[in-house]
Design a protein around this ligand. Structure first.
Ligand code: ZN
Length: 348
């Protein structure tokens, strides 16, 4: 079902007609300094009807990769003429971006505060605002995330892959690694899905950093999804597709000791059961323990800082039926994106 229509839409009291592009400031609670606050929104509508897609970043305020992804997307020639409506929100958690923090000033996680309410906590109010002003207009959404501080994620798509339309969008993104992820309670994905909006989540890179590979793959992926859902023309002869691998399970390997870490396994590596992922030593270099993989899989997330506390999550491993192929295809994708001559705006 597509809410394809050329009827005007209204966001934050501003009406946008078919064929128009507008920048809107969505007002939200002031800072205690009496400083006005708003969520910046870019709305671009084609003249022809088509689906409505939102692309959101920095729902976790320290996850910055997505901001660069959407700014390159907006510069891309590929989206100059589109069908339907593209709504881009570079920062949902503006307070978090200011504070360089995942959370809101009330220390709540916005992505655990949906659907929220007008009279609720600060996080609940922002969730309610975003849900009602942006998400409910849409057929699809792409929400951009990164790993936490000192933690990197291999570019991957997380979505409810049991839903056929969500699966089609997730596959179209073109990442080799797809994770069938259950919707967390009070997450944006859950609230959107209850309203019939198909949301996929792109996880790539590390908090507070730009990661070029993740950014390029992200821009390409969004454009690929727009082609798939009919907002952009499909490319002729785009026969060569990235092979996709769906993981239905993943797990964290945790530190058995506190100490200093030498990482052996890297993102995208194919590891076997019992393979060494890292070693932990005391400050004099005495080996305390060796961290091994419990099962065969692919490294999709890892700690970057060489310091660890007992119990801390060090490696995120996804389990596939053919993990060696996944690792191969991750490498192929990396090469492909590295080879592109133009490092900045992707214009295909
Ligand atoms: Zn996040």
């Amino acid at each position: 079902m597509t809410r394809a229509s050329i009827a005007p839409i209204t966001i934050g009291g501003v009406t946008i007609n078919a064929g128009e592009t507008k920048r809107i400031e969505l007002p939200m609670p002031l800072l205690y300094t009496n400083t006005q606050m708003s969520i910046p929104v870019h709305v671009q509508r084609g003249k022809r009807p088509g689906p409505t897609l939102f692309v959101s970043a920095a729902i976790h305020g320290d996850e910055l990769n997505g901001i660069e992804i959407v700014s390159r997307l907006l510069k891309s020639k590929s989206i100059k003429t589109l069908r339907g409506t593209l709504i881009v929100v570079p920062m949902v958690n503006v307070y978090g971006v200011l504070n360089q923090s995942r959370y809101l000033p009330d220390r709540r996680d916005l992505n655990r505060s949906f659907p929220g309410s007008r009279k609720g906590s600060l996080a609940g109010r922002i969730a309610h605002l975003f849900l009602n002003e942006i998400v409910t207009h849409c057929d699809y959404g792409i929400d951009l995330h990164t790993g936490a501080i000192h933690r990197s994620n291999l570019p991957q798509i997380r979505a409810n892959l049991d839903d056929p339309e969500t699966l089609a969008a997730a596959k179209a993104f073109g990442m080799p690694v797809l994770l069938n992820a259950e919707e967390r309670d009070n997450s944006l994905r859950q609230a959107a899905s209850e309203r019939g909006v198909k949301v996929i989540l792109y996880e790539a890179g590390e908090a507070l950093r730009y990661d070029e590979f993740s950014i390029r793959a992200g821009v390409k992926g969004i454009i690929n999804v727009m082609r798939e859902i009919g907002m952009l023309n499909k490319r002729k002869g785009s026969g060569k597709q990235v092979r996709l691998f769906i993981a239905r399970q993943s797990g964290w390997v945790r530190a058995s000791e506190s100490g200093f870490v030498n990482h052996v396994a890297q993102l995208g590596d194919h590891v076997g059961k019992g393979d060494v992922l890292a070693t932990i030593s005391d400050p004099f270099g005495t080996l305390l323990d060796t961290i091994v993989s419990y099962n065969e899989g692919v490294v999709i997330g890892k700690q970057n800082i060489p310091l660890t506390q007992e119990g801390e999550a060090m490696y995120h491993i996804a389990y596939f039926s053919k993990p060696n192929f996944v690792a191969e295809h991750v490498e192929l994708l990396q090469d492909k994106l590295d080879l592109e001559e133009n490092p900045n705006p992707i214009t295909d």
